[in-house]
Design a protein. Structure first.
Length: 304
C-alpha cells in the first residue's frame, strides 16, 4: 500500500523554512550596530592612547660600529633620552620609572636632547632631585629644545639642568678622556629658537677625533653631515606621537619632517643619525603605536 504525504507536510528538501522573528537585521539596525561598534572601538583606543601607552616605556638597545672610536672606548655604553615635557600632563611615576630604568642600565655616558619642559621653567623644580640621582662616570650632557625657550625660559632651564648635574652644551663641547685617548661631545643651540653654530661647537676639536653630536631637531642632520661628526643624537619629533598602521606618523613638528624616528644615514658620508621618540607628550596627552623611548647604545669600533 503506497504512502501518500499529507498535504502541507511533505518531505521535499527545498521546502521553505519559517523565518524566526528578529533573525534578519534591517538596514537601520545594521547601521546602528556598526556605529555603536565604531564608537566603542574609538573609546577603547582613546583610553589606551591616553591612560596606557604613555606609561609603557620602551627600552631600545642598539649596537653601533663607529670606525673612528678609540680602542679605549670600545663598548662605550651611552643612554639617550629626550622630550620629557615636564609640566604637560606630567605623571611623576613615569619620570620615576624612567630614572629607575636609567640606573639599571648603569651607563657610562648620559645624553639628553632637549625639551625637558613643555612651557614653564618652574615645572622642572620638583624633578631636580630625581634628575640629579642618575650618574655616569663620563658625565651627563644636555642640549636645549624649542620648548625650553618658550616664555624666554632658556636660561632658567639651563641653570636648573646644571643644578641637576647636567652640563648644558650650547655651541660648545667637552672632551672625554680614557686610557690616554679622547673623544668629543658637541651640543648645538636649538634650530628653531637659537643659532646653531657647528664651527663654534667644534672649536678646538681635531678633525680626526671621534665626535658625538647632540642636536634637538633631527632635520638639522643635513647640515651636520657636512662636518666631521660621527653620530648625531636627536629627539623633537616624538616619533609623531600618534601613528597609524600603514600611514605612520600623522603629524610631526617643523625640524622633524624628514627624519622622524629610529636610525638613518645622512649625506655622502652616511653620517649616522638616531631620532629618539621622547618620554612625554605635548599638545595632546596621548600616544598611539608610539611608546615613550629610552635608547641604550653600545658603541664599538674595529680597534680593541
Amino acid at each position: 500500500m503506497k504512502n501518500t504525504p499529507h498535504p502541507g507536510t511533505g518531505n521535499r528538501q527545498d521546502a521553505a523554512q519559517p523565518e524566526l522573528p528578529g533573525s534578519r537585521l534591517t538596514r537601520r539596525q545594521f547601521l546602528k550596530r556598526g556605529v555603536a561598534l565604531a564608537a566603542g572601538a574609538g573609546l577603547l583606543t582613546g583610553a589606551y592612547a591616553w591612560l596606557w601607552e604613555p606609561q609603557q616605556l620602551d627600552t631600545v638597545y642598539r649596537t653601533l660600529v663607529c670606525p673612528r672610536l678609540p680602542a679605549a672606548f670600545y663598548n662605550l655604553k651611552v643612554v639617550h633620552f629626550s622630550d620629557a615635557h615636564l609640566g604637560f600632563h606630567t605623571r611623576r611615576k613615569h619620570i620615576e620609572h624612567l630614572i629607575a630604568a636609567i640606573r639599571r642600565e648603569a651607563p657610562e655616558l648620559i645624553c639628553f636632547t632637549g625639551d625637558i619642559i613643555d612651557s614653564s621653567a618652574e615645572a622642572i623644580n620638583e624633578y631636580i632631585p630625581l634628575l640629579a640621582s642618575i650618574e655616569a662616570p663620563l658625565g651627563k650632557f644636555a642640549v636645549l629644545g624649542n620648548h625650553d625657550f618658550w616664555g624666554g625660559s632658556g636660561k632658567d632651564v639651563s641653570q636648573k639642568l646644571q643644578v641637576a648635574g647636567f652640563r648644558v652644551l650650547q655651541n660648545s663641547s667637552q672632551l672625554l678622556n680614557r686610557g690616554g685617548q679622547s673623544i668629543a661631545v658637541v651640543g648645538l643651540d636649538d634650530w628653531l629658537h637659537g643659532f646653531p653654530d657647528p664651527h663654534k661647537g667644534r672649536s678646538g676639536i681635531p678633525d680626526d677625533m671621534f665626535t658625538l653630536l647632540l642636536m634637538h631637531e633631527p632635520d638639522y642632520a643635513g647640515n651636520a653631515a657636512l662636518f666631521p661628526f660621527d653620530l648625531q643624537l636627536s629627539g623633537h619629533s616624538h616619533g609623531g606621537q600618534v601613528r597609524l598602521p600603514l600611514l605612520g606618523a600623522l603629524m610631526t613638528p617643523p625640524g622633524s619632517k624628514r627624519y622622524v624616528m629610529g636610525m638613518y644615514e645622512v649625506g655622502e658620508r652616511r653620517m649616522p643619525l638616531y631620532v629618539n621618540r621622547g618620554i612625554g607628550e605635548t599638545h595632546l596627552p596621548v600616544r598611539l603605536l608610539c611608546k615613550p623611548e629610552l635608547t641604550v647604545f653600545t658603541l664599538q669600533s674595529g680597534a680593541r
